[in-house]
Write a protein that binds this ligand. Structure first.
Ligand SMILES: [Zn+2]
Length: 482
């Protein structure tokens, strides 16, 4: 109590009732906002922004400039990427009668390729189907058919499946894979082999072929042996610098405690990263602007993070956690948005159901529309991961995927997919949440290694960590709570 009174004397703004703060926040929100124009600049002006590319560097400047225009100090915290990578569209010519030139694209961080190769039919890509190829696979490309993707579960399944298929193909000595797109009507998207995160170049050539062209190739393979000329001059640059953009509003009486809201700034580049994840990067900048415009002074420090390298294995948040390890005890909440602009149904509590009363109280000013269907799960998939395994309390917005799923990492993830009203509603809700967390009477504490261990068991996180190559880091304590 005494400490609180002292703080009130030093900082008269704290004497204002919380309702007054919210009224000022709402008044600021009602004013014209640069949010949509900033998002358009990121998508149309800068475009797709693969980590380590010149476009990504321009996006870092966009972030710093956005926070500065809002009246905050902002800086880039650099981290290295093992390799920069630039895609070149593959040119494939299937030779002979009924030959054709399929539409195709590279997987992320595939090595380049040029030459004439045999293509073999790997069927549905099951271990059994691929292993029947035996020694004939040496030096050849293996074509793998797929099922159309229509659910988030099927999308996550693609990563598990392709990690296994690429490992089998490598073991068979294949030159590469040609995998049928899971999206109809020739939609292409950038997929990454989970075995080559961290900017490591894949150990075989990985190509995605348009769904209809793949089906045609599959039919041809039933008729006769197929040879193709394949040229895919991808460029691998060697080590490059990437970075995170970090800004903050210092707290008052609890300024040593930090609540962080983050979204990744990088994107794939077939589209322009509007839903994944430009909209949420713009939202994070806008929330900072609203708090400054409303002249709000939170009890806890609010930190704003635009992470790089998310698409290559959450590299920016991983680097952030490593660089800020000494202050992780003081980071009391990490809130991540990475599912576009579909309505938020609730938050993934990262395996900590004790979040519920705190979260519901923070969201209470949203009234009946507040997201309430929180989930106790924990998953590998976005920038909360390294905080989670360090025992830091995390929240991820669970959103409606109706618009997000069909455009995921695809050519179609462009600014025209942004619902301007949904962007404003989501920004309002997230601002209320961050304000509530920054001023909450109490938040959760950091977990010990034993508690994180128990959480991993209770949530079934371990198999996902293994698929994405994160288990060893946890097991040998090089990544996660010591
Ligand atoms: Zn994303």
């Amino acid at each position: 109590m005494r400490k609180r009174l002292l703080a009130l004397v030093a900082l008269p703004l704290l004497a204002q009732a919380p309702d007054n703060d919210l009224a000022r926040l709402r008044a600021a929100f009602a004013q014209p906002s640069p949010e949509l124009a900033q998002l358009r600049q990121l998508c149309d002006g800068i475009g797709g922004r693969v980590t380590g590319s010149p476009a990504f560097t321009r996006a870092l400047k966009w972030g710093v400039d956005g926070f500065k225009a809002a009246g905050l100090q902002a800086k880039v915290e650099p981290f290295p990427l093992v390799n920069g990578w630039t895609a070149a569209p593959p040119r494939i010519r299937i030779e002979g009668p009924m030959g054709f030139s399929p539409l195709a694209t590279s997987w992320g961080w595939s090595p380049p390729c040029a030459g004439t190769f045999r293509i073999l039919d790997g069927g549905d890509g099951s271990d059994a189907a691929m292993k029947t190829l035996g020694t004939s696979a040496k030096g050849a490309f293996i074509y793998l058919a797929s099922e159309p993707m229509t659910t988030p579960e099927a999308l996550f399944g693609e990563y598990t499946t392709t990690a296994r298929q690429s490992a089998v193909a490598k073991a068979l000595g294949a030159k590469g894979l040609i995998v049928q797109s899971t999206r109809v009507r020739k939609l292409l998207y950038r997929h990454l082999d989970p075995r080559c995160d961290d900017g490591r170049v894949a150990d075989l050539v990985e190509i995605q072929i348009a769904r209809e062209d793949g089906a045609r190739l599959g039919r041809l393979l039933k008729d006769r042996p197929v040879q193709a000329e394949i040229r895919m001059p991808n460029r691998v640059s060697g080590p490059v610098q990437a970075g995170n953009v970090i800004a903050e509003i210092p707290g008052t009486d609890l300024k040593d405690e930090v609540v962080l809201i983050g979204a990744h700034l990088d994107s794939w580049e077939l589209g322009t990263g509007a839903l994944d994840n430009g909209c949420n990067a713009a939202m994070v900048v806008e929330i900072a602007r609203l708090f400054k415009a409303a002249n709000l002074h939170p009890r806890r420090t609010i930190r704003f993070a635009l992470f790089g390298g998310e698409e290559e294995g959450m590299l920016g948040s991983k680097a952030y956690v490593k660089a800020h390890r000494a202050e992780l005890d003081r980071i009391r909440a990490v809130v991540i948005y990475d599912e576009g602009l579909g309505k938020v149904s609730g938050f993934s509590l990262g395996g900590r159901p004790e979040w519920r009363p705190i979260l519901d109280a923070a969201l209470a000013p949203e009234g009946d529309g507040a997201p309430k269907a929180h989930t106790d799960d924990a998953f590998v998939g976005t920038d909360n991961y390294d905080f989670l395994v360090e025992g830091v309390p995390t929240l991820i917005a669970n959103q409606d995927w109706t618009n997000y799923l069909p455009n995921y990492h695809a050519e179609s993830d462009t600014f025209d997919k942004v619902d301007a009203g949904a962007l404003r509603r989501q920004t309002h809700e997230a601002a209320i949440l961050m304000w509530g967390l920054a001023n909450a009477p109490a938040l959760l504490s950091r977990q010990t290694r034993a508690q994180v261990e128990a959480l991993i068991q209770a949530t079934g996180l371990a198999p996902q960590m293994k698929t994405f190559g994160m288990w060893d880091g946890w097991a040998d304590s090089s990544r996660g709570r010591k």
